[in-house]
Design a protein around this ligand. Sequence first.
Ligand code: MG
Length: 249
Amino acid sequence: MIVLKSNDEIERIGDACRIVGGTIGALKGFVAEGVTTREIEKFAASVIDKNGGRAAFKGYRGFPGSVCTSVNDQVVHGIPSSRKLKEGDIISIDIGVFYKGFYGDAAITLPVGRVIEAAETLMRVTAEALDLGIDAARAGGRVSDISCAIQGHVEANGFSVVRTFVGHGIGKELHEEPQIPNYGRCGRGARLRAGMTLALEPMVNAGGSGVNVLDDGWTAVTADGSLSAHFEHTVAITEDEPRVLTEHV
Ligand code: MG
């Protein structure tokens, strides 16, 4: 069942999302060569804590970290560790926050120092695909209008969308219906309505779409070793423009 939210509930989801966006904004100045992914986790957790939120991924189905940190060929669900970032790496950081009964969820891929042009392009195209997906999140449309907008842009640029993981509704639960694949033909699936709050999250591989999960049971990596990027926002569908709740600067 898809839960529609009242305006008041959307404001409260927005409060959780503001903490997510603020944390991502702060991370942009923290990610650097020599920093470990565990230091990134601690920093993010401290920002979330300072703002009265709770890191939603900690313990979720047993996930050991407060946030997900996925480097280079790691797609999503990377576990923070003693791994030190090197110049030329790209790192995807996924942040979920629980605040006063509601969840917010967003992700960004950041470069570490100077990165190769192919990595820049991958990040740009993934961010653009998210923007196009957001623009398709309009009342009266269908869930797969988002999917096909994302897939079309990614594939037009020669990259692949990951199919193993999908976007999702969000609210009082971290993962609600509907599932929102990043692929598929337009005009399918549930009708989009004002009051839906959705976490849209294209995961894009520079090579093929295949992924494997490492022996840690969490970290998803590209099957062909190619780079991967992940951008996510929590979005509210309204009667007019879609509203991004996890904005960051
Ligand atoms: Mg998500």
